[in-house]
Design a protein around this ligand. Structure first.
Ligand code: CMC
Length: 430
């Protein structure tokens, strides 16, 4: 590049006012390559210009064909299909196949996929021993993070990340085993014996069964409508392009670490209250508010910058979160079966007041996916601690689709961002 070429099509002309020099940077589609900025220097031999972007709010870290979001219009699509259509017509496992393979499965592809997922749900007996070592009150998300990392030691073949067959096998294992680990994390907190998965149940039914069935000898009928509701929640959470946990998955994957280690890192990122931990934080906040008459005081605290309204706001969606719309409608169906959750009244009133307040309107703060999901999970009988784990189960397919895309991308290099150094210059010990 460099030199003056203001007429070049599909290019960006930059004039550096510090030096008076002109540069022409090629524009590819709707992006420039940040490395092109490196040649812009103040003086000969000085470090090149970098773009400073805390939170990576305007930096694309990859090219992807998986998930499309238009935050202004409230659009979310997996491989081109609108989330509303997938949530209504497809099961979570079909959607997971779509994310991983790029196309929806044929009936025979689906049968094979379901078979392979179902027959990898068991976990090694030693992993059960490992899990039983956690303290009785361990947070299930901490258990999940630790156990996903431990899984890496059970499958050393997973290090062959450049091998297609090995990747496929690890994908089966991770999608299959995460509900088992999640259920065991819950059982651990209850002091219940672990129950092995049932191969004759669907993905969501099996998860509900091995979570809530008190013992191997007791009967537990999964309500089909609740299983379907959970499956829809899984579809809605399956992927969300380059969010914090997915970026962690890709970043760790860029060092060619095995996918179990990458998934542990992604789950750790999801644990935080600004990400997957938000659904848990929402319910704790609604419980703290308790009744609608306390809402105005909370809103004042939020507006004074003393706290955030959990379940509100999103980095990408500036008008509404399409997942929140689907979840809100689904909540009514769930409550018909489980009975009304009293927190719903507080949530609805909080939403009403916030959406008519200038503070929230001017900042484009709307309910996000986590605002209502926690109330549904609670009505289904899950303790608050389990909510981020319920987010992690379906997000595994998104993480894996993104990881696979990253490790097979010829342009992908190890993630190694730059910094703007503000520390002391060279100094010496006395
Ligand atoms: N309550 C009150 N004020 C808020 C909130 C909120 N939930 N979110 C953002 N703001 C304000 C913030 O104080 C700032 O105001 P000002 O310009 O006066 O300083 C402005 O809105 C912009 O906030 P930001 O922190 O720059 O926005 P961000 O894009 O960096 O953060 C977010 C996005 C989701 C982390 C944030 O909205 C938030 O903390 N929300 C609550 C946590 C939550 O619900 N997270 C779940 C996200 S959806 C599921 C997922 O993807 O994990």
């Amino acid at each position: 590049m460099s030199s003056v070429n203001a007429m070049a099509p599909d290019s960006l002309s930059i004039q550096d006012q510090r030096t008076g020099k002109n540069y022409t940077v090629p524009v590819e589609g709707d992006h420039i390559r940040a490395a092109q900025l490196e040649q812009i220097v103040k003086t000969e031999g000085a470090p090149g210009l970098v773009s400073y972007d805390p939170g990576l709010i305007n930096t694309a870290i990859c090219k992807s064909t998986i998930t499309y979001i238009d935050g202004e219009k409230g659009i979310l699509r997996y491989r081109g299909y609108p989330i509303e259509e997938l949530a209504e017509k497809k099961s979570y496992l079909e959607v997971a196949y779509l994310l991983i393979h790029g196309e929806l499965p044929s009936p025979s592809d689906l049968a094979e996929w379901q078979h392979n997922i179902t027959f990898h749900t068991l976990i090694h007996e030693n992993l059960k021993v490992f899990m039983s070592g956690f303290r009785y009150d361990a947070h299930p998300m901490g258990i999940l993070v630790g156990t996903l990392g431990a899984l890496s030691t059970f499958y050393p073949d997973a290090k062959n990340v450049k091998d297609t067959a090995s990747r496929r096998l690890q994908i089966y294992r991770l999608i299959a085993k995460i509900p088992t680990i999640a259920a065991f994390a819950y059982r651990h907190s209850q002091g219940w014996a672990y129950i092995d998965p049932s191969n004759d149940l669907s993905y969501a039914e099996n998860f509900l069964s091995i979570t809530f069935r008190p013992s191997i000898s007791s009967r537990y009928e999964v309500h089909p409508e609740l299983a379907r509701a959970l499956d829809v929640l899984f579809v809605l959470h399956a992927d969300h392009e380059q969010n914090c946990s997915t970026s962690a998955m890709r970043a760790v994957g860029s060092s060619l670490a095995d996918p179990f280690s990458c998934a542990a890192a992604a789950a750790a990122a999801l644990y935080g209250p600004l990400h997957g931990g938000a659904n848990e934080a929402v319910v704790r906040m609604l419980e703290e508010i308790g009744s609608v008459d306390k809402i105005p005081a909370i809103i004042q605290e939020v507006k004074a910058g003393k706290r955030r309204l959990m379940g509100f706001g999103h980095r990408v969606y500036r008008n509404y979160d399409p997942r929140a719309k689907i979840i809100k409608r689904m909540a009514d169906k769930v409550f018909e079966i489980t009975g009304m959750n009293p927190l719903l009244h507080v949530a609805l009133e909080l939403e009403r007041i916030a959406l008519s307040d200038e503070y929230f309107i001017s900042r484009h703060l709307y309910p996000n996916v986590d605002f209502y999901s926690g109330i549904i999970y609670q009505s289904m009988g899950f303790p608050t601690d389990m909510f981020p784990v319920l987010f992690a189960i379906p997000r595994m397919s998104g993480w894996l689709a993104q990881w696979q895309e990253g490790v097979t991308d010829p342009e992908q290099r190890i993630v190694r961002p730059k910094q703007v150094y503000l520390g002391p210059g060279e100094r010496h010990l006395p």
